[in-house]
Design a protein around this ligand. Structure first.
Ligand SMILES: Cc1cc2nc3c(=O)[nH]c(=O)nc-3n(C[C@H](O)[C@H](O)[C@H](O)COP(=O)(O)OP(=O)(O)OC[C@H]3O[C@@H](n4cnc5c(N)ncnc54)[C@H](O)[C@@H]3O)c2cc1C
Length: 544
């Protein structure tokens, strides 16, 4: 590989590192998996990315294959930011805000920017980005778009599909395309191009035309990152947009080098309600009734008793002045933002009535200090992520899926059963309004028994989500971890269609090879780490 490194160093402006220390560091992301790369490149600009991809494409034409993994901050929990060939790290150089229009809220940004930094700049212009994962203090915009990450404000603001308007993308052969919504006329122009871009537009168009029924039949009414978002490419009005295909594609179709996206007016004024609830029937009733309201809250979150008991054990003072024992079985958090909208005040009253029917001990807060105190309860989940109980650590293997909101009570019941069967603590929290409930089993993955348990948990979680018509990839994405389960969760036809999408964009399978496809359970066993720590993120408080 050093010949390749020497060659590339002559042609790139960015740095190429092959030392063992650097390769060791980048052999891990925040998943349970590890693969050591051959080299690490910090592209200085888009042209560097192009040159690397053109070079690996030309080598592939001569049957010499070097894979490329794009990496932001490496906080991916599915093993999608690691790979055996070249790792392209975008945080070092490709991290600038290129344009920011505070009137329209449109920003043009490079992918390696840390989301928290971007959001800070947006605030100074009276804007904000509502779709940011709780890792945003140390993760990048490019990674968030490639993973189609979620935030606690998902109920109102949705995901990146609502915000990203255009992407500049380096294709697997080094060509560059700009994706955006095209009219029928513009699409015809693209279809006529003799370049690789034209080939992609033609092939995707035909693929959708030939399989429209299968694609539409399999569309879920919830946030779903399983496979590719092909259903959003071609619209009824004849418009066509490759952007949704790239969002959530985890670097398997192309490398995003520039993002144009909308933002929201910054509205720090919020109103928070927190209530105690005793069972999943009442929790479900609350969600069902709130969902009938025409103005939805910005957040609907949940934590359970086990989470609080665990936090109280780890740090007894952490809950003092916020909540006292005995803890309730569940706490539900409902936030409305944009309080200048008088309508919202009306909806807060309606939500209060719903809460009064199905819960007790309702707390209402509009003052910052009161809200912060209550949100602290929800943020307690960060203790869980960092705490080690001897050699046991909270490992990210399950709990990133979603079910339709009207099945979320059954999901919670199912997670309690799963925890009992596998002898793990049922510590639960999540975006209950969107059917997303997290569970982080605490395991010692150096031990054979717990290593086996990882696969039992994956199998059982997969079956549970399937039985509730959900998706195993909603907040998180497929990565390597869930790749073996894709076939079971998609119809054979849809699985083949997604494979074709991959082949169209990346015929030599160079981009993030093993992510979403081509990873088996045996592969996972071979690349599973023997320790698990979140040390990459200890500068900040890891949250989920
Ligand atoms: C403690 C903790 C809390 C978390 N909380 C949340 C949460 O609240 N919500 C949530 O959704 N996720 C969460 N995550 C998961 C993760 O942080 C997010 O998915 C995050 O957006 C990933 O960003 P990153 O910069 O670390 O990307 P990376 O991990 O570096 O990469 C993620 C994926 O994107 C690809 N990629 C990166 N940049 C590009 C690019 N420019 N072009 C193409 N592909 C690219 C990579 O190849 C990889 O497949 C959490 C993780 C941790 C460890």
């Amino acid at each position: 590989m050093s010949k390749v490194a020497d060659y590339l160093q002559q042609h790139l402006l960015g740095e190429i590192l092959t030392s063992t220390d650097v390769r060791d560091y980048f052999s891990k992301d925040c998943s349970l998996l590890s693969i050591r790369p051959a080299m690490v490149i910090y592209p200085r600009n888009e042209n560097d990315i192009r040159k690397v991809l053109r070079f690996t494409w030309q080598l592939a034409q001569k049957k010499h294959f070097i894979t490329i993994t794009t990496r932001g901050a490496g906080t991916d929990q599915t093993g999608a930011a690691i790979g055996s060939g070249i790792i392209l790290v975008l945080t070092a150089h490709l991290n600038r805000i290129l344009e920011l229009n505070s009137r329209t809220g449109l920003v043009v940004v490079e992918p390696g920017i840390i989301l928290g930094k971007l959001d800070e700049s947006l605030h100074t212009h009276g804007r904000f980005m509502p779709v940011i994962p709780s890792s945003s203090e140390y993760s990048t915009l490019g990674g968030a778009i490639a993973n189609n990450s979620s935030s606690s404000k998902i109920t109102k603001y949705g995901d990146y599909n609502q915000y990203v308007k255009e992407l500049r993308v380096v294709l697997s052969n080094g060509d560059i395309i700009n994706t955006r919504r095209l009219s029928k006329k513009d699409l015809n122009r693209k279809l006529g191009l003799v370049t690789y871009e034209g080939e992609i537009y033609r092939s995707i168009d035909v693929l959708i035309e030939d399989n429209q029924t299968t694609i539409n039949q399999n569309k879920l009414e919830l946030k779903n990152n399983l496979g590719y978002n092909l259903a959003a490419v071609k619209n009824k009005d004849g418009s066509f947009d490759l952007t949704p295909l790239l969002i959530g594609s985890q670097g398997t179709l192309g490398i995003i080098s520039e993002i144009t996206m909308n933002t929201e007016p910054f509205n720090p004024e919020t109103f928070l309600m927190v209530a105690s609830c005793d069972n999943t029937i009442n929790l479900q009733n609350i969600i069902n009734e709130i969902k009938t309201l025409s103005a939805q809250p910005s957040s609907i979150e949940m934590i359970n008793l086990n989470l609080l008991e665990d936090a109280a054990k780890i740090n007894p003072n952490s809950l003092k002045t916020v909540v006292s024992k005995p803890f309730s079985k569940f706490y539900i958090f409902i936030e409305y933002d944009l309080m200048s909208d008088r309508n919202n005040k009306k909806y807060i009253k309606k939500v209060k009535k719903i809460l009064e029917k199905y819960s007790h001990d309702i707390k209402m807060a509009s003052e910052i200090k009161d809200k912060e105190k209550l949100w602290k309860l929800r943020d307690i989940s960060s203790y869980i992520l960092t705490h080690n109980n001897g050699l046991n650590r909270s490992v990210p293997i399950i709990g990133e899926g979603a079910v339709p909101y009207n099945n979320v009570g059954k999901l919670i019941d199912g997670l309690y059963d799963l925890a009992k069967k596998t002898n793990i603590e049922p510590i639960l929290w999540g975006h209950i309004g969107e059917g997303i409930i997290h569970l982080r089993p605490r395991l010692n993955i150096a031990q054979i028994g717990d290593r086996q348990k990882v696969f039992r948990l994956l199998d059982e979680y997969n079956l549970l989500i399937k039985s509730l018509n959900g998706t195993i990839s909603s907040e998180g994405n497929d990565g390597r971890l869930k790749a073996p389960y894709l076939k079971q969760n998609l119809s054979p036809e849809l699985y083949q269609i997604y494979q074709k999408v991959k082949q169209i964009f990346d015929p030599y399978n160079l981009l993030n090879q093993g992510v979403k496809f081509d990873t088996t359970i045996d592969d996972l066993k071979n690349i599973m780490r023997h320790d698990y720590k979140l040390e990459h993120s200890y500068n900040h408080l890891p949250r989920n």
